[in-house]
Design a protein around this ligand. Structure first.
Ligand code: ADP
Ligand code: MG
Length: 410
């Protein structure tokens, strides 16, 4: 899904108040009555003007059915609110091009006010339900209206909490920078997913390192749950000591499916993580380890070893409660998001999704924007006159990073 920031600078303080009011009221109204938006935003007469401006650019959508006068927040509206917060907290200054389209997320390169390149991950749980799980779609719409917003927020919260905990204990993961609503900001890892690597000089040592990482996670009470070649980025550094002259460092990403070693299905998730790596190494590098395992019993023996703290317990106590974990897990199951762990399963990470927008529009059947937005959204490599392009370090043509609302901080 697109993230078109071009209207950001035109949004007034009053518009933000109204948008925030719609967000707050969405928590217990599937469609927010127009009257309530006015009351909540305390703006009196100018509310109507803001509502109309926000609907015009698609940040809120009006119920088509005239019997009921109300609006709901759109994905775009929630994206803008999150970006606004990141911008106000000086986490994000500008937004660049999209580098990943996952099953449940969109990934963008962004920059901090000092020009540091970062990654913005936007969770889009529920999107999959509109795409592929038709039966669940009605279930979700009727019984859990607006839950995509809540569940996507839970996924971002969970990911941020684990990223923070893992980073504190020196796991090779991106640096967490900020979190807002359904998004998080982290450092950009300058490396390719293992999926894109054709060959390595020393598969045995990379394999050993990955298995060690799986066991070290267990030592701290955790199972990644989606440990596969898409979620491991491999950094290359010249190193005279290493075989082939390059040292490879795997960096682990993507944490919404992380489970505790005490989870009822812990063994299943552990085995799946291990087997995913084995299968990939066999297929891609023709590498088969001499030893069988590791098995979950081996992992259990590691728990707490050398005084390792239980990060599953810590995160539950501080950043992400057990209740939230259960809610998120149930939802992920209901929409068929459960880290299939199958490298052959179709993944959008590396491919364009041509029908993306068409299918998403289904969600909007009952809603209509007040007017069609006048310009088409920016697609990844569709050239436009009003956008500047440059060449990135991989030789791809990319959009020049666009500055968010600079005059907004008044
Ligand atoms: P999903 O849950 O949708 O799979 P991921 O967190 O795995 O989302 O991100 C999708 C893709 O985006 C990754 O496979 C990777 O190529 C890229 N990516 C994500 N985070 C980063 C990062 N911090 N640095 C560099 N690339 C990243
Ligand atoms: Mg992933």
């Amino acid at each position: 899904m697109k993230l078109d920031t071009k209207y950001m600078r035109y949004i007034t303080q009053e518009d933000w108040k109204v948008l925030t009011a719609v967000e707050m009221l969405s928590k217990n109204h599937e469609v927010v009555p127009t009257k309530l938006i006015g009351q909540q935003s305390h703006l009196g007469g100018s509310t109507a003007r803001s509502i109309s401006a926000l609907a015009k650019i698609g940040l809120i959508a009006r119920l088509r059915n005239a019997k009921y006068d109300g609006y709901r927040l759109t994905y775009g509206g929630l994206d803008y609110l999150a970006l606004h917060t990141h911008n106000n907290k000086s986490a994000v200054y500008s937004v660049g091009n999209q580098i990943g389209v996952g099953k449940e997320s969109d990934i963008f390169v962004v920059a901090s006010p000092t020009g540091r390149q970062l990654v913005l991950k936007i969770h889009r749980l529920g999107r999959i339900s509109f795409r592929t799980v038709k039966a669940n779609r009605d279930y979700l719409r009727n019984k859990q209206g607006g839950s995509w917003m809540y569940m996507s927020r839970l996924a971002a919260l969970k990911e941020y909490a684990f990223l923070t905990a893992l980073r504190e204990h020196n796991f090779p993961v991106p640096e967490p920078i900020a979190q807002s609503r359904h998004t998080l900001v982290m450092s950009l890892i300058d490396a390719f997913p293992m999926r894109q690597i054709a060959s390595v000089p020393d598969p045995a040592s990379l394999y050993a390192e990955l298995i060690a990482m799986i066991l070290r996670l267990a030592q701290y009470g955790l199972i990644h749950g989606d440990f596969n070649e898409f979620n491991i980025l491999v950094e290359e550094k010249p190193d005279a000591e290493a075989k082939g002259g390059v040292a490879l460092t795997p960096i682990l990403i993507d944490f919404p499916q992380m489970v505790s070693v005490d989870h009822a299905n812990a063994e299943y998730y552990f085995d799946r993580d291990v087997n995913c790596i084995k299968r990939f190494f066999k297929r891609r590098f023709q590498f088969t380890p001499t030893e069988a395992g590791p098995y979950f019993a081996d992992a259990r023996k590691m728990i707490g070893k050398d005084g390792a703290v239980r990060l599953d317990v810590n995160v539950e106590a501080s950043g992400f409660s057990r209740k939230q974990a259960k809610e998120l897990e149930a939802y992920m199951k209901s929409v068929g998001v459960d880290g299939d762990g199958d490298p052959n399963a179709p993944r959008a990470d590396l491919e364009e999704n041509a029908n993306d927008d068409e299918e998403e529009d289904e969600e909007d059947e009952d809603f209509v924007e007040e007017e069609e937005p006048e310009a088409e959204p920016v697609e990844k490599l569709e050239f436009r006159d009003d956008v500047e392009y440059t060449t990135d370090k991989l030789g791809n043509t990319v959009e020049v990073l666009k500055t968010l609302s600079v005059d907004d901080k008044t």
